[in-house]
Design a protein around this ligand. Structure first.
Ligand code: ADP
Length: 405
């Protein structure tokens, strides 16, 4: 049996999912996470056979320690008989700069590439590398594959990814639009093509990943041609704590008036703006509740997010010369019937999009499906995203893991 580990390592955390993969089956066997690695009071949670177990671990020195504890637990909890059952490990990696438009096997060369672009992902890339090295050491001979958040977007044409700033900024510092959530946009675009009964090379899709972080992408015939996040995830849509696009001159203006540094204002734009900046709460459910109780700012910020989603849909529709489907995913996209309904109603007149309210109401908590009416000019789909599964599939494809029937 081939088991594939899907890993997301943060600076003090490590999330994992172990999947059983055969030619006909893709099943999660166990999942969990370590938190506070290298800090006091670390914890390790693992879910197996429907039960969540919390393990008290007196000390988790570093990521290598976490991986050792995890592999021990897999054997002692009889989740695997032998660690040899793990045929590959896939790692979520934030950034690969302009280097890889697909996932790659992690070796000295690709590790050096990820290292070389650490300034583009200073919080994530170093942590991702620690996770990769820890698994390489703990499971020698097992293939490790890096799956980049930015890769899927690398097919964008120059006119979509360049900023109209001094050209030297691009040459010297690689300043350009990269886009993020690529693994999710890729997964839902492939699933959408399947749902439409077509090949991904034959459809034009607008993918909307609306979670705490949020981004849209224009996926034309299997390739991203534009996306809403930029050099960093701050750009684009209104988000839980991020402002999304603003006039960059606001930064200097606020620095002057509030006597803050550029770093401090950028931090506010990342962590204290969006839903949080208007209502004090970054959680869409709480904001929606405040709106229902008549809170003006909650109502306003929700309308602003919906408007912005429509702006991207309209722009991508025109840029791609049409669209076969609009897809919603992530926390809000998968669960908020109101956001989907409001967005679709706003674009209805211009684009002929119509949704069926009953179908829309059914698509919550992991249930996906088509929510548009048969006469809608563009189909509207809800597809629960699954980045871990996309990572495991990439490990098999790129790492050439042989699967049993
Ligand atoms: P991320 O992975 O970016 O942290 P998620 O994709 O998990 O975020 O999305 C989290 C967001 O989804 C939160 O704002 C949460 O309120 C929202 N969300 C989850 N369930 C619902 C729901 N039933 N209705 C509206 N929003 C929801």
């Amino acid at each position: 049996m081939s088991k594939i580990m899907s890993v997301n390592a943060g600076s003090s955390s490590l999330k994992f999912q172990l999947l059983e993969m055969t030619k006909s089956k893709e099943e999660v066997i166990t999942e969990g996470q370590f938190e506070k690695i290298g800090l006091p009071d670390p914890n390790f949670k693992i879910k197996f056979n429907g039960k969540k177990e919390e393990h008290v671990v007196p000390q988790v020195k570093d990521h290598a320690d976490a991986v050792a504890i995890l592999l021990d637990a897999l054997v002692s909890m009889k989740i695997v008989k032998d660690l040899k059952e793990i045929k590959g490990v896939g790692h979520r990696v934030l950034h690969c700069g302009e280097k890889y438009n697909d996932s790659v096997i992690m070796d000295d060369t690709s590790i050096a590439v990820v290292e070389s672009v650490c300034d583009l992902g200073p919080l994530h890339n170093p942590a991702n590398l620690i996770g990769i090295r820890a698994f390489m050491k703990a499971l020698p001979g097992v293939v490790n594959v890096g799956v980049f958040d930015t890769s899927f977007h690398l097919t964008m044409p120059d006119e979509a990814y360049m900023y109209a700033v001094p050209y030297e900024w691009y040459e010297k510092y690689s300043v350009r639009k990269y886009g993020f959530h690529g693994t999710s946009h890729k997964y839902i675009s492939l699933e959408a093509a399947k749902m439409l009964g077509k090949k991904s090379e034959d459809v034009r899709l607008i993918t909307c990943h609306i979670g705490n972080g949020a981004s849209c992408a224009a996926v034309k015939y299997g390739k991203v041609v534009d996306t809403s996040m930029g050099l960093t995830p701050l750009d684009g849509l209104v988000m839980g704590t991020r402002s999304g696009t603003i006039d960059p001159a606001v930064i200097q203006f606020i620095c002057k008036h509030e006597n803050l540094t550029v770093e401090e204002v950028t931090d506010i734009l990342n962590k204290k703006s969006g839903f949080k900046g208007f209502t004090g709460n970054s959680d869409a459910r709480a904001v929606r509740e405040m709106k229902e109780q008549g809170n003006y700012r909650a109502d306003l910020i929700l309308r602003m997010q919906e408007k912005k989603i429509c702006d991207y849909i309209g722009s991508y529709y025109v840029y791609m010369g049409g669209a076969d489907a609009i897809i919603f995913t992530a926390g809000i996209g998968e669960n908020s019937c109101e956001t989907r309904e409001n967005v679709c109603n706003r674009i209805s007149e211009a684009l002929g999009v119509k949704i069926d309210n009953e179908l829309n109401a059914k698509c919550v908590r992991g249930v996906g499906g088509i929510i548009s009416t048969p006469d809608s000019k563009i189909k509207v789909l809800v597809i629960p995203t699954n980045e871990e599964l996309m990572i495991a599939r990439d490990v098999i494809r790129v790492g050439k893991v042989e699967l049993e029937d």
